[in-house]
Design a protein around this ligand. Structure first.
Ligand SMILES: [Mn+2]
Length: 244
């Protein structure tokens, strides 16, 4: 579902990140995120475009597991508006996460309107249409009925199931060419036709780059390593930030 969101005229700075794939015991990356959160307190809006967490198996199970990150988000959202889109790793983020962190969950695609420009924000995996087996799997796993059943399963089962799924996904990726796992230009054009004049910002592919197309620009966010993160900053113009 599309959302139309006017950003108030007094917005000075918007920060956008994606694909941190935070893991509870990866101390360095968590510290990098903490550093980002401190810098981001002075922003007017912060967008997280999916896969903030490496896995999210339901708010009841994962919120306590990621207690440190949850508290960082809570502090950040007390200073600025934090808008979170789910990715393919953390698509089970839900109401209780939102309540505990003060972050607002947003649907994809999200139309961000500033005074100067419109941006379509999305995680990006739905644009990887060449990867048919992935899309098939996604339509099953992220179906509202599947999600409703999964979050009600005993915690032990959920942990076991996600471990098996992860193993399968790693195996599947090894047999796919790198083109298949990138966005499909036809899918991108189809999306952008609905938003004439807007530019696109997405993550998921971990291929940090800026692609100037005929009618729009596609900004791809990169993933975060243990020693370096990246963000897009929108003020009266768009620029890239490095977090290290
Ligand atoms: Mn992803």
């Amino acid at each position: 579902m599309s959302q139309f969101n006017s950003t108030p005229a007094n917005i000075q700075q918007i920060l956008i990140i994606a694909d941190l794939h935070l893991v509870n015991n990866e101390v360095d990356k968590n510290q990098l995120f903490e550093k980002f959160c401190q810098q981001a307190q002075s922003a007017d809006q912060v967008f997280i475009l999916g896969d903030l967490f490496n896995t999210w198996l339901g708010d009841d199970l994962s919120a306590p597991h990621y207690a440190q990150i949850v508290s960082l988000l809570k502090i950040l959202s007390s200073k600025t508006q934090v808008l979170v889109m789910t990715g393919n790793r953390d698509f089970l983020l839900a109401k209780e996460f939102s309540r505990q962190t003060g972050c607002k969950l947003i649907d994809s695609p999200y139309l961000l309107e500033t005074n100067d420009q419109q941006y379509v924000l999305t995680h990006g995996d739905e644009l990887c249409t060449d990867d048919e087996s992935y899309q098939q799997m996604k339509s099953i796993l992220q179906h509202p009925i599947t999600k409703a059943i999964f979050v009600r399963l005993p915690k032990k089962w959920r942990l076991k199931f996600s471990g098996q799924l992860r193993k399968k996904s790693i195996e599947a990726q090894q047999n796919k060419s790198s083109e298949i796992m990138d966005v499909n230009p036809v899918a991108v054009n189809k999306l952008m036709k609905k938003y004439p004049g807007a530019d696109l910002i997405h993550g998921h592919t971990h291929r940090l780059n800026t692609h100037v197309e005929q009618t729009f620009t596609r900004y791809v966010l990169g993933d975060w390593s243990q020693s370096q993160g990246n963000a897009i900053e929108i003020t009266d113009k768009l620029s890239r930030l490095e977090i290290s």
